[in-house]
Each structure stands twice: as C-alpha cells, then as structure tokens.
Design a protein around this ligand. Structure first.
Ligand code: UT7
Length: 368
C-alpha cells in the first residue's frame, strides 16, 4: 500500500491588514478586550477583486513549486472552503483552470473550519488505495465578505487567507498516518450563514434581515470547542498506535487562544508544543491549519521525521484530528519552471474559452 506524503506547501494572505485598533474606529470594541478574549491582534482582509480562488491559486503555485511538481501531473484538486466563489461551479474547478491542471478532477468540500482535515484525509485515502498519485489540497477563505461589520461578536474574529499542500504517493513509509472525523448536526444553528442556500434563497427580506452574514452563538461554540479538541487529539494518537511523547507539534485550528490553552491543559502539554499564529491572522477557518503548517515548515519548526497532530472544530458541528509524519522536500524527478507553467495555464485557459465559443457557434448554426 502506498504512503501519502506531504511534499509541497504554500500559503497566501491578502496584503491589507486590519488591526484591533482599526476595528476600534468602526465598532464598539477595544484592543484589550479582543486580545484578552481571543489572542487576536490583527487579520488580513481581501481587497476588492481578491477572492477565494485567487488566494487559493497563489497558495497552490507555491505548493507546486516546493514539490517541484508540474500542474499537469496533478490527479485531483480538493478545495475546502465555506466561502466558495459561487454555490456552483466549485472553486476547485476555477483553480484547476487557472493553474492548468489538465488531467485533474476537482471538487469543493464543506466541513467549515474542520474542512482541511477532512480534505487531507480524502486525499490520503485516495493515494493509499492506489488510485491517485498526486493530490492538491487547498483550504481557502474570504470570510471578510460574509461578516457583518456592525456585529462585534463576529467581525473581530475572522480573517482571509489560503493554504495548500501537495500529497504524493510513495513506497517510503511516512506521511499521513491516521484521521478521526466527527459531526453533530444538532448544533447546526450555532454557527451558520442562514440565507443564500435552497432553504432561504436570496430575497429582499433575507438581505434586509442580515441573513447573508455569519451568525454565531459564540459561547456555545466555545464550550463545544473546549470539549472536543483534547478528546480528538487523544483519540487520533491512540488510533495511530503512538504516544503523546512521540508527537513533536500540535497544529490546531486557530480560532481563539483560550480554546488552544484549554486543549493544552486538557492534554497536560505546555502551550509551546502548539503552533499558534492566530494573533496575526485571526480565524481563517479551513485555511488556518494549512497556513500554520506552512509557517512551521518555513521557519524550521517542522523537521523531516517529526510526528505532528492536526486538530480542528467548526460549524456543522464538525471536528476531527489527524496524525502525520513530516516529509519535507523530496528529491525532484525534474526541475520545473513555475513562470513557464503560469504562462501555459493562462494561454490554455484563453484558448479553451475561445474554443468553447467557436464550438457553440458551429453547433448552434448546424442546429438552425
Ligand atoms: O472556527 C470556529 C469559529 N468560532 C469560534 O471559535 C467562536 C468561539 N467563541 C469565542 O471565541 C467567544 O465566545 C468570543 C470571543 C466570541 C466571545 O467571548 P465570550 O467570553 O463568549 O463573551 P460573550 O459573548 O459572552 O460576551 C461577554 C461580554 C458581553 O458583554 P456583557 O453582556 O457581559 O455586558 C458582550 O457584549 O463581552 C461583550 N463583547 C464585547 N466587548 C467588546 C462581545 N464582543 C465584544 C467585543 N468587544 N468585540
């Protein structure tokens, strides 16, 4: 059975930073409250025209470049997001076109902030079954577009960003080990974007009632999160047949420092064993775990052979955890030139669009 190795990683966040002090100017809040209650100091906010797919594409190019993998070698793209570009088509398809992944299947996965763990697991299972070799897994969000900027309970928390990993098949032991995934839909209304789907399609009334914004019962989500984080971590470590002492890093969903603190206490681990960066990005939902992985890889915290745990929770309710062993950069079979592939992808996309039009004209005429 092949192993599923993480061989590439990349992240992208908007350049624009919104600090707690900036928020003080638009809503009734203050830096001290936000830092004490969440640990967040600033977050990145997409500018106009910057979308979930544009951040996803930027992160994907970086991951491909680290893995030294051609976009044409990707078998599947999974984009985990709660803020897709459209209800359909899938944001993953937009990424497929923009990077020129000519032979890849592509779909979106929605498990909110836990989504990246679910998506990585789907990718790893496909690789371990022998059916796929190279999978691009992306977590990408532009939550700022769905936040009510007059609601101080939510707007202080969220930020925008994307992270991407390349998973590759190899006979060498390592990579993704075990995963646990859980859900409890009885808590669906605790964190929701109520309108825009088939239950509440967009109407003047839904817009007037603010139903196209994120609605959250913060206290209940907090209680749920503190309950499940330590439990899921223990569960996945047991499923892997390893010990807590074998784990070098815990990389949690970056929602709130108090939630991560509670998990650390529950696991009787020092907070230093956790990768934490929420003070600079806020809660980027499904992008938070891959962004934290990228930073830990880039600054050398993650070293070849290190075992680590990913653990997250979110709307649904969903929660889950994964154990994996860090592979680092693999010896490439060939050198790729990212700029060449960017140009190829752009040209191919333009020609494909043109060809679809021409085909439409030809078939339309024939019909008439
Ligand atoms: O990816 C999953 C996403 N969701 C989460 O992770 C959310 C988890 N929940 C939380 O992180 C916390 O519930 C919050 C940080 C959102 C809020 O903390 P809390 O301890 O649950 O506060 P609270 O909502 O019970 O509010 C306490 C007080 C209230 O004032 P009163 O009624 O006691 O006078 C709020 O009105 O704090 C007030 N408050 C604020 N004050 C200043 C609420 N938001 C703010 C704010 N600035 N932004």
């Amino acid at each position: 059975m092949p192993f599923a190795h993480i061989t590439g990683w990349g992240m992208a966040v908007p350049e624009r930073i919104l600090t707690n002090f900036d928020l003080e100017k638009i809503i009734d809040t203050n830096d001290q409250w936000i830092v004490e209650m969440t640990g967040i100091k600033e977050r990145h906010i997409a500018r106009e025209g910057q979308t979930t797919s544009s951040l996803a594409v930027e992160a994907a190019w970086k991951a491909l470049s680290v893995a030294k993998l051609k976009p044409t070698e990707i078998d599947l793209i999974i984009c985990s997001t709660s803020t897709p570009e459209y209800l359909f088509p899938a944001t993953a398809c937009l990424v497929q076109d923009r990077i020129g992944a000519t032979k890849a299947g592509a779909f979106d996965l929605l498990a909110a902030c836990t989504g990246f763990i679910y998506a990585l697991n789907m990718a790893a299972q496909a690789i371990k079954s022998g059916s796929l070799k190279n999978v691009l897994v992306i977590g990408a969000e532009t939550l700022s577009k769905f936040v009510d900027w007059t609601d101080r309970n939510t707007c202080i928390l969220f930020g925008d960003g994307a992270g991407a990993l390349i998973l590759q098949a190899s006979d060498v032991p390592g990579g993704v080990m075990s995963t646990v995934m859980h859900s409890d839909g009885s808590g669906a209304d605790l964190l929701t974007l109520p309108a825009g789907g088939s239950k509440n399609p967009a109407t003047e009334a839904t817009i007037r009632s603010g139903l196209h914004y994120i609605h959250m019962d913060g206290r209940e989500v907090f209680r749920f999160a503190t309950r499940v984080m330590a439990h899921a971590t223990r569960e996945v470590i047991a499923a892997s047949g390893i010990l807590m002492d074998d784990v070098k890093w815990i990389i949690p969903h970056q929602a709130n420092l108090r939630i991560i603190d509670a998990a650390a206490r529950g696991l009787k681990l020092p907070i230093e064993r956790f990768v934490v960066n929420l003070e600079r990005y806020g809660n980027t939902s499904t992008a938070s775990i891959p962004i934290a992985i990228c930073e830990a890889a880039q600054d050398g915290r993650l070293q070849k052979g290190d075992k680590f745990v990913l653990v997250g929770f979110g709307a649904g309710l969903t929660w889950g955890a994964m154990t994996a062993q860090w592979t680092g950069v693999m010896e490439p079979e060939h050198i790729i030139r990212p700029n060449y592939y960017r140009l190829f992808a752009r040209t191919r996309s333009l020609l494909r669009r043109l060809w679809l039009r021409i085909e439409g004209i030809i078939w339309g005429r024939n019909k008439a």
